[in-house]
Write a protein that binds this ligand. Structure first.
Ligand code: SF4
Ligand code: SF4
Length: 58
């Protein structure tokens, strides 16, 4: 299981990038946050930090 970011919701604020303890979130080419699902430990920190609730568990 891993978290995935809903690009439709993401406002590209960057808050989740620094909130992730394993640094698996990067801002993608479209300017939206993207999670490397192979590294995600499903801690939920990104969802708790996101102002628009864009990350969710797959
Ligand atoms: Fe990072 Fe945790 Fe979000 Fe996975 S759930 S992307 S480990 S902050
Ligand atoms: Fe996008 Fe939410 Fe991450 Fe901000 S915290 S970059 S809105 S997913």
């Amino acid at each position: 299981m891993a978290y995935k970011i809903d690009a439709e919701k993401c406002i590209a604020c960057g808050a989740c990038v620094s909130a992730c303890p394993v640094e698996c979130i990067k801002m993608g080419e479209a300017g939206k946050a993207e999670i490397d699902s192979t590294m995600c430990i499903s801690c939920g920190s990104c969802q708790a930090t996101c102002p628009v609730d864009a990350p969710a568990e797959e």
